[in-house]
Ligand binder design. Sequence first.
Ligand code: FE2
Ligand code: FE2
Length: 368
Amino acid sequence: MGRSRVSIHLLGEPREEADACLQGLLSQGFAADRMLPQDIAAAAKTDILVVTGQYRPLSHTPASLSKLVGARRDRTILFLSGMAPDHFSVFERAGFSFINVTTDETVKSLVGLIAQVDPHAVYSASKAAAMRASMSNKIAHSVVDLFTRLRANPVAPALEDSRRQQRAMSELIGKSPMSVWIDLIQNYHDGTAQHCSLVSGYTLAFARALGAGERQSGRLFDAAFFHDVGKAMIPLDILDKPGRLDPDEWEIMQRHVIHSYDILSRDEDTSGEIARVARDHHEYLDGTGYPNGIKGRQIDDITRIITICDIFAALTEKRAYKPPKPFDEAYSILMSMAGTKLDPDLVRLFEKVVAECVGGRRPVASAA
Ligand SMILES: [Fe+2]
Ligand SMILES: [Fe+2]
């Protein structure tokens, strides 16, 4: 038996505000409804309650809301408009951890909070929306096309420089099956969202170079698109630190692979392969990677492919702590890792992707 779907129950007045939230959630694939206070007891324990509408200091007190939701406080979101900042801490002290503390009252920000309560609810919603749209293959092809065009434009090798191209990319991502997750990451950390897109682009190009069929390419695309989803749980000051991470920060950063695995393996509709790649994409053949230091044959082919694309993307994109590296130099670095850390045959074959990036010529070796 698979896990049953989490429902989101909206409580609050005025009705129009709650209805706007409800419509937004339904359109994103959530199982959501409006609920009357007297029906709370009948809701499943795994459901999520959202107290919404206008904040009214007299009726919305920690005591009254605690009484209303009882033991479900840890699955309750306070999504009230007009709450003053000094009230947030009063509610936090009363055990409410999920409060909209921003002035952003759009469904996006509600989805961000739902993801904190239960990432599975967000992921299964994105799946449901995708099933409804049933267009994942079309999207994969559009991304390939867009990526080909991006690569053809030598001024913008990485995606970060062109607003127009970025918009085109997010439009596609918006229709993709993973839209909600990607929305979440995009809201949280633009750099990671762009990185996931770039790794997916390189991966599809690599799949083509390897002669993969449509099904195989689809598997690779999914694995690439999701590989860093757990970075949504890493503090921004670590993700964006302009300098070297200290040992404690590095340890936290490394946890993104475990977060990704946890998020992805909870979903019964996602193949275990996607979660496994997310967990293992920083492992190296010689056992010097993380999180488990597995080596050689323990690392499967699909992970070896994603790892190469991930490193190449990380090198060729701009990060808070470094400028982008030229394609030739990035490929030289991959070459220097071939045999010890990376699959040497795959690195050799990746040359075709690099050649596409540099206008069809062979990459020039440089001292890595
Ligand atoms: Fe990663
Ligand atoms: Fe990555």
